[in-house]
Design a protein around this ligand. Structure first.
Ligand code: NAG
Ligand code: CU
Length: 292
């Protein structure tokens, strides 16, 4: 929570407005505008998991909101879309730019196929995120498999604010994923910090020119570029580097067929190039150095 003036504190006690933004596309669990949300959280959907002035702490993952009654969003493998944010307002769901940016910070977008137990981070925005005045491009990996079991398939936005109390925010959308691959995505965990259950403290870099509710400078071009790259090439950790074939220890090979002293011999799986001592030359038939 930002440090509030007494007037604003009074206003926020009356309306219980949390002055941050929430993810509004895809619409997350608990969101006042989500027609499939069994519980609509007008007051605290925008609050951090840590809780705040008028909001109780919310559990990780996803704030503990009930699963939607049906999928509201279908995403296709390889699809590029823009995540949107705003404050849904309270008590009426009037969109508001009362976004309490805390100078932005670190936004991560991730998929879960197991109800939020494990994650595959698919996009990262540094410094300037979130911001209701911009769209934030994300690509569903082209090799994402399908996910069709309601409650298991989650698109998550998590945010660690740059300025203010150390907090972790998360909204989770129930999304159906249509893919072609049958191989699970590699696990790439989201940044977990600033909560009693994740006690490490992280203060990411922010966007000093854009505080409070002001329009920030938008997504960094370098982040957009990185986020739209083919997923498999940006995540080399998931693909083991091709292993060099090892040679058979002791394998002996003369460099030239004609009386050269140069030969290679395999030691510990590697070819080592050596020279026969003195006037000896390499003899392929005998597999050793010998007299001419
Ligand atoms: C070692 O040398 C042999 C003979 O020249 C070659 O066939 C093999 O591919 C080499 N192996 C490696 C691991 O460099
Ligand atoms: Cu705040």
């Amino acid at each position: 929570m930002k440090f509030l003036t007494s007037l604003f504190l009074l206003a926020s006690l009356i309306y219980s407005v949390s002055a941050h933004s929430s993810m509004s596309y895809p619409l997350p669990r608990g969101h006042p505008l989500n027609p499939n949300a069994p519980v609509k959280d007008y007051n605290c959907i925008t609050a951090p998991l840590n809780g705040g002035v008028t909001c109780a702490p919310k559990p990780f993952p996803c704030g503990g909101y009930p699963v939607d009654t049906q999928f509201g969003t279908v995403l296709n493998a390889g699809e590029i879309f823009e995540v949107k944010f705003y404050n849904p307002g309270a008590p009426n769901p009037v969109p508001s730019s009362n976004q309490g940016r805390h100078n932005g910070g670190l936004c991560e977008f991730a998929l879960s196929y197991d109800a939020g137990q494990t994650w595959t981070k698919i996009a990262t925005y540094h410094k300037t995120c979130p911001d209701v005045f911009f769209g934030w491009k994300v690509k569903i990996p082209e090799n994402a498999p399908s996910c069709t079991k309601l409650g298991q398939c989650i698109f998550s936005w998590s945010w660690i604010n740059a300025v203010g109390n150390r907090e972790l925010y998360q909204n989770c959308a129930d999304v159906k994923i249509i893919g072609k691959s049958t191989t699970p995505l590699p696990k790439i965990d989201i940044t977990k910090a600033n909560l009693p259950m994740f006690p490490n403290t992280i203060t990411p870099e922010g966007d000093p020119a854009n505080t409070g509710n002001a329009k920030g400078s938008g997504p960094l071009a370098s982040d957009v570029e990185a986020n739209l790259k083919p997923f498999s090439t940006t995540n080399t950790q998931s693909i083991p580097p091709p292993k060099k074939p090892k040679c058979v220890n002791g394998a002996f090979k003369c460099k030239n067929s004609k009386k050269s002293p140069i030969y290679t011999i395999c030691k510990n799986g590697k070819n080592v190039t050596l020279k026969c001592p003195g006037t000896l030359v390499c003899d392929q038939k005998k597999k050793k150095c010998s007299y001419k």
